[in-house]
Design a protein around this ligand. Sequence first.
Ligand SMILES: *Cc1c(COP(=O)(O)O)cnc(C)c1O
Length: 431
Amino acid sequence: MSIVSSLSRIKQIALILAFKFYVMQELQGIGLADLIEKYGAPLYVYDSFKMEENYRNFTSAFDVESLKVHYACKALSNISILKCFKSYGAGLDCVSVQEVKLGLKAGFQPHDILFTPNNISESEYDEAVTLGVKINIDNLEMLEYFGSTYPHIPVCIRINPHLMGGGNRKISVGHIGSKFGISIHQVPLLERIVKSFNIDVEGIHVHTGSDILDSDIFIHAAEVILDVVDKFDSVKFVDFGSGFKVAYKEGGLETNMPEFGEKFSVMFNEFCHSRKRKLDLKFEPGKYMVSNAGYFLCKVNLVKQTPATTFIGVDSGMNHLIRPMFYDAYHEIVNITNPDGQHKIYSVVGYICETDTFGVDRKISLVRKDDILMFKNAGAYCYSMSSNYNSRFRPAEVLIHKGKDLLIRERETFEDLIRGQVELDLEQMEY
Ligand SMILES: *Cc1c(COP(=O)(O)O)cnc(C)c1O
């Protein structure tokens, strides 16, 4: 080995080591521990630079004539986050009429909002129709209602191809036992309903749930969906939903977007070309857009040695971040106020009065009372799934944008907790 190449090898190893033990302490030049001083703990922090990068990485992976990415806003629905995605050029995917209203308030045009609910009442569809957004229909019963009530309004149809994209059973929604969509086996019946009501089917949609690791399986599912597109000349767009996997650890498994995008584009372009059809391509990623752009910071209340383990008790719980308890999600946890301490093994737990575990047997640099722990991948399905369980306040949210820290949600107060509760005066009541 020449001196030059061995030197560059040493440099490479040093870089890898530095990266391995590197604990991020600032975002766009702003110290995370300083944010706790300023806004208190616990705190959600989002990096707009990262969100935009995710959006650009996603869109640039595809080479098709017309692509629209609808951000699935249930992942993180703060109105200022929605405005970020609007500024990147995204549309929105909404699963409730309340999300639709948030989207409109954020400035999205109705035609850039796709409403993809499941098991809702006619009146919620009626409201969405009034708001003028694109409607995605999830069952044949509702399609018949729609066809008879709104004969001139175009619709999108959600198909369930019954193919597993991977992932665990709680988050996979395309399998045969799933409640979502119109079964691929009911397409002949679907055709008859469309024909008899003269329904304008402008879109075909599929969303099979999380964890695309094997592009080929997803592309196979897409081909099944394109067979349905073949049956409806009115279709103008095909929406392939989401399910893009993000890495939860350094080097963890994730969807290879450039590879997926290239393979998918070839398949999609071939389809359009062979049918001489111009179709808009849509996707609706949530997690991919925001997961790694979010950080959850909380303070250590207690380090407790028991015969079995060392617990770190933090000033938060599953009411703020439920994913580990809900579906065994992994969030990397680092100590940002003692990054160079000796690594020890801990179990990190919350303050909710029932089993409330964030992570078991985690290697974290020496933790002391009042240290700040940072949970990574806290952008998607974290704040948006939070609650007031145990009558605790939800945390504040801060957006780091163009080198500035901006408060985008205030920490809750006792007034928020009591708002809407009706306090009876039972002693004064007459029986
Ligand atoms: C939740 C959801 C998404 C987003 O899924 P991610 O795994 O977060 O990307 C997209 N489309 C629909 C219809 C959804 O319900």
